[in-house]
Ligand binder design. Structure first.
Ligand SMILES: [Zn+2]
Ligand SMILES: [Zn+2]
Length: 422
């Protein structure tokens, strides 16, 4: 049997890896700039955490979790998302006993047993931030501003920010009743799933992707029109701060979160250039989650962004091919004869000590083959250790961009390389 990576997974090979490192660097730097620190939690957790923290009626928990029993018959699950683990860590280490708010960021692989389709994987990567312990609408705005700053640094100016408020349990109950009243008369026109949702969670009908369902419920009472005074004011302040900071948004009444512990601000980032499935990430407030997982009554807010989709979006940007180029090989040392191998090693060491990314031939190729190899590696400069030049105490330095070459004294090599690379 030919061994292949499991279905729904992928390898990232060079030079693609450089793009990942670049995007990860932008995310980390921006989060730090905003005063967030990194948290690292395990890849697997007790299954119960996700049942409580993601919601045991969601598709993620009912259909898509990678759950297994370990050798001591404990039910464990590969994390399907990052927030539940962050909350678990916050509670377990009593971080809430310290100074609030706690501002964390995280990144890494997540797992869902989904049917693999274009752009969707069973192992995928997310980056996210969480803020625990503040009710301030300015925090909602900060989290959104962080995400927007990331997109701007990545040159993704064509994003759309969708914004809504999902209220609090109090105003949501009133909204829910109005929704049911609106939907019951058109029940027969809803898809099979929505007929069940109508009883269990009518809010979920609103974000059903089936067109007939959307047509049937057209003109539905919005959450926005039913926000209580506190929720209305909170939302108004978030919007004011975004406006103050020149961040445009779209009021999206279809943006809902189906679970009780989500409250107030909800948002999604779309990049229309990547196609119909244009959402690359989103988030919102979850003032009820920490308590649902067994912690104190603390508010929280966060977002998660899909790395694969973010990288896909990056490809649509002009100049995307050059992303990560700064990590590429700068100097290749071509060795004309094996007898200069030890000298090549000392020379390479000298070049590397100046911070120039460099490599050499190890396989005694012909000069022609070494040039081809250097080209393949993308080397900017090739330094040739040739017999005739070495006899004169010099080396040949070839600029692979301009195709010009010069003979330089061995002792001034690193200075010449620095000049050329500057
Ligand atoms: Zn409310
Ligand atoms: Zn439906």
């Amino acid at each position: 049997m030919e061994l292949k990576a499991p279905r729904g997974t992928y390898d990232v090979l060079p030079p693609e890896t450089a793009k990942w490192q670049y995007v990860e660097g932008v995310l980390r730097d921006t989060a730090r700039l905003f005063g967030y620190s990194e948290v690292r939690t395990p890849i697997f957790e007790h299954t119960e955490l996700f049942e409580r923290g993601v919601g045991d009626t969601t598709d993620i928990v009912t259909k898509e979790m990678y759950t297994f029993e370990d050798k001591a018959n404990r039910s464990l699950t590969l994390r399907p998302e990052g927030t539940a683990s962050c909350v678990r860590a916050l509670i377990e280490h009593s971080v809430y006993g310290g100074i609030m708010p706690v501002k964390w960021y995280y990144g890494g692989p997540m797992f869902r047993y989904d049917r693999p389709q274009a752009g969707r994987y069973r192992q995928f990567c997310q980056f996210g931030v969480e803020v625990f312990g503040s009710h301030s609408p300015f925090v909602d705005a900060e989290v959104i501003m962080l995400l927007v700053e990331v997109l701007q640094r990545l040159g993704l100016d064509g994003y759309e920010l969708h914004l809504n408020s999902v209220g609090c349990p109090k105003c949501r109950e009133i909204h829910r009743q109005k929704l049911v009243e609106h939907m019951v008369p058109v029940k027969e026109r809803l898809c099979h799933d929505c007929q069940t949702r109508l009883v269990k969670n009518p809010l979920r009908v609103i974000d059903c992707k089936v067109r007939a369902c959307q047509e049937a419920i057209a003109g539905f009472p919005t959450m926005y029109d039913n926000l209580c005074e506190t929720c209305h004011n909170h939302y108004a302040q978030v919007k004011t701060v975004l406006g103050d900071n020149a961040i445009a948004f779209i009021q999206d009444h279809n943006l809902v979160r189906g679970l009780d512990y989500y409250t107030n601000t909800a948002f999604e980032i779309h990049i229309p250039q990547i196609g119909a499935q244009s959402a690359i990430g989103g988030g919102g407030r979850y003032n009820g989650l920490i308590q649902a997982i067994g912690g104190p009554d603390l508010p929280g807010i966060g977002f998660a962004i899909g790395m694969e989709r973010l990288l896909l979006a990056l490809e649509t940007r002009p100049g995307a091919q050059r992303v990560g180029e700064e990590g590429r090989l700068q100097v290749f040392l071509a060795v004309q004869d094996e007898k200069y191998s030890a000298l090549a090693m000392r020379l390479l060491d000298r070049i590397r000590r100046t911070g120039i990314i460099s490599d050499r031939d190890y396989n005694q190729r012909s000069m022609k083959a070494q040039m081809k190899y250097a080209d393949k590696l993308g080397a900017r400069i090739v330094v040739v250790l040739g017999e005739a030049e070495l006899a004169r105490g010099t080396l040949v330095v070839r600029d692979m961009l301009s195709r010009e070459q010069q003979e330089v004294p061995t002792e001034s090599l690193t200075a010449v390389l620095k000049d050329l690379l500057a």
